[in-house]
Design a protein around this ligand. Structure first.
Ligand code: TYM
Length: 321
């Protein structure tokens, strides 16, 4: 089984990225052949600062390795180190109906936010389909917001297979219900573009402030809270605290008598502790950037060999030499 996923280098990674994609991906790396990459081509649709792209790419590499991606098990690489994926994007684009792309939520959302659409933004799902199909991927661990893109990938693969004969493996998305949509500090989906993120790594005081500003209702500590399971701090605590501890805080909140400041301080403590080993590993990696670069280069070489094989299969299928 081949498992594949990608992440854009468009800023510091947050708990949504970690629990929605990185953690499941890291857990799956021993279950099959894993291909994980930094989607730097995709970041070009919304980030136009070359220095920032270079910096974020390195940061994502450090984050992923620090969190437990094991380069002896998973093939870890930069998307743009396998330019074959761009050629496959063209091949796939020629069988992709316009309507399929026009229906994509993430495209429509970005336009609604006032981003002026470029061709890259519109073609974004086709490049993503190429990412997935070029490695004969079976399973794609992602958060809920990427589900439609994996469905589009399946449609494009089926259309190509119908048109030119069996060529591509049809992939399945893997979305864990309990972390499909990790909420941010305002209760909306945690997302860089909403400014509501809690980063995995960063300055302790800044992160403490963010956690202390998590949105709560205005009830007094004394009031019992029957909806304690829907409290944002409790939801996040369930991700980072030992289950029995999270349970204990939830029950205390439900019964009444637990103040929100105490609850958030406890959440910060669990969160800080949860990432302590990764923080230590990240500091070590940051002092050894040559190693990180070597991991990405070796990953790219392995990924490229597979990509070449599938691209050649697709070229032959559609009558290119
Ligand atoms: P990106 O970089 O926006 O996000 C990376 C991963 O994090 C997940 N995620 C979340 N999951 C749960 N709750 C949240 N609040 C949350 N926020 C983000 C995303 O669902 C994603 O899985 N287009 C992709 C990158 C990509 C890709 C691919 C992924 C390019 N090619 C091929 C899979 C396969 C993206 O922008 O993810």
């Amino acid at each position: 089984m081949r498992i594949l996923s990608g992440i854009q280098p468009s800023g510091a990674l947050h708990l949504g990225n970690y629990f929605g994609m990185m953690k499941p991906a890291i857990e799956l790396q021993s279950q099959g052949e894993a291909y994980y990459f930094i989607a730097d081509y995709h970041s070009m649709t919304s980030l136009f600062d070359p220095e920032a792209r270079r910096r974020y790419t390195l940061e994502v590499a450090l984050d992923f390795l620090a969190c437990g991606l094991d380069p002896r098990r998973a093939v870890f690489f930069r998307q743009s180190d396998v330019p074959e994926v761009c050629e496959l994007t063209w091949l796939l684009g020629t069988v992709t109906p316009m309507g399929l792309l026009e229906r994509c939520h993430s495209y429509k959302d970005k336009i609604a936010k006032g981003i002026s659409p470029n061709f890259g933004l519109f073609a974004y799902p086709v490049l993503m389909a190429a990412d997935i199909l070029i490695y004969d991927s079976n399973l794609v661990p992602v958060g809920q917001d990427q589900k439609q893109h994996v469905e589009v990938t399946r449609d494009i693969a089926a259309k190509f297979n119908d048109t030119y004969g069996p060529t591509f493996v049809i992939p399945e998305p893997l979305i864990r219900a309990e972390v499909a949509k990790v909420p941010g500090i305002d209760g909306e989906k945690m997302s860089k573009s909403y400014g509501n993120t809690i980063e995995i790594f960063g300055d302790e005081n800044v992160l403490r402030k963010k956690i202390m500003s998590i949105k709560m209702d205005s009830r007094t500590p004394e009031e019992p809270k029957p909806d304690a399971d829907r409290n944002l701090a409790i939801q996040l605590m369930k991700l980072v605290a030992p289950p029995e501890e999270a349970q204990r805080y939830e029950e205390r909140l439900r019964a009444g008598g637990l103040g929100y400041a105490e609850l958030k301080r406890a959440l910060f403590g669990f969160y800080w502790e949860y990432f302590a080993p990764a923080r230590k590993k990240r500091a070590e990696l940051a002092a050894n950037l040559d190693y990180v670069e070597q991991v990405l280069r070796e990953g790219a070489a392995r990924a490229r060999a597979k990509a070449r094989e599938v691209l050649d299969r697709a070229r032959r299928a559609c009558g290119l030499s």
